[in-house]
Ligand binder design. Sequence first.
Ligand SMILES: *Cc1c(COP(=O)(O)O)cnc(C)c1O
Length: 375
Amino acid sequence: MKPIQMVDLKSQYQKIKPEIDQCIAEILNSAAFINGSAVKSFQENLEKYLSVKHVISCGNGTDALQVALMAINLQPGDEIITTPFTFIATAEVVALLKLKTVFVDVEPDTFNLNVDLIEPAITPKTKAIVPVHLFGQCCDMEKIMKIAEKHNLFVIEDACQAIGAEYTFKNGKTQKAGTIGHIGCTSFFPSKNLGCYGDGGAIFTNDDRLAKKMRGIVNHGMFVRYYHEMIGVNSRLDSIQAAVLDVKLKHLDEYNAARHQTAEYYNRAFANHPNITTPVIEVCTTHVFHQYTLRIKDVNRDELIKKMNEAGIPVMIYYPVPLHLQKAFADLGGRKGDFPVTEALCDCVISLPMHSEMEEEQAEYIVKRLLENLV
Ligand SMILES: *Cc1c(COP(=O)(O)O)cnc(C)c1O
């Protein structure tokens, strides 16, 4: 059996090696390392895949979120509503821009924002909601968009973990994660569902005006060469990464399907186990299983992880500390007890190895070891 990893990028590369090696060689030969035609081609192909008008590539997912916030005319102190159960980048950029994060608790089953708690958190200073499609399934976007419309707020989707997931509205219309809000953001960090071989990110929007502005912001606030209209950033997807992504985009649905298959196998194996709750998928969304995350109870989690590691199985905790209790956000005054659902999740979640290259015997081995170590 191949060694088990959280993410197996080497095996994935082996399967597409000729295509990847060729596209990288083409970039090396063209020497168009920045802003080459590969970047334009990937952006256009991703626009088609997502059915979105504009894809603006950038340096990473964190930059994508920052640029989105920079594009919507905010003032220091303006409030942004998001979840405390996410990777820090979501709220970090809010702080960097001297805005204020207002956390709202999540739902225990989906790990996503509890939409019923959004309206009570809105104040005259609230300017945007940043839903995070955590672990690969969409938040309740129909309700979030309704709340945003009612209160005149922007919605910036953090789709860093959910590229390819599809949301279905009540009228049957479907849209891809990241294309429903005013702006969507994603990351191409290598371990993401669509990962490059370095850092990368992208911003999506159907709004021509916002697209133009964000294209300027990622390029030093420059709209006409060497005329800078605003303070921007330098955030680019380089041509080699774009070429890699163009190859991998063609396989994205197949990669997500493979993840789904492993998730279904895990689900069946753990169904009805008294100590395990398997991921719950809402009917309004598909799940691309960026992570496969279980909730466990009446189990010593540290001990379990230790035993799994000893058996050669990596197991991760996403995330061990909620953002409102992170030292970096101490100035927000968060206290234990503020977001009880998130806090309880941080204490009971474990994520199992999940990637597109999982082999049956690996999944079987993981399940067997988990079940025997739970007792
Ligand atoms: C990965 C991730 C980011 C940041 O992406 P980078 O490319 O690493 O900057 C932001 N939000 C979420 C939810 C993520 O998973």
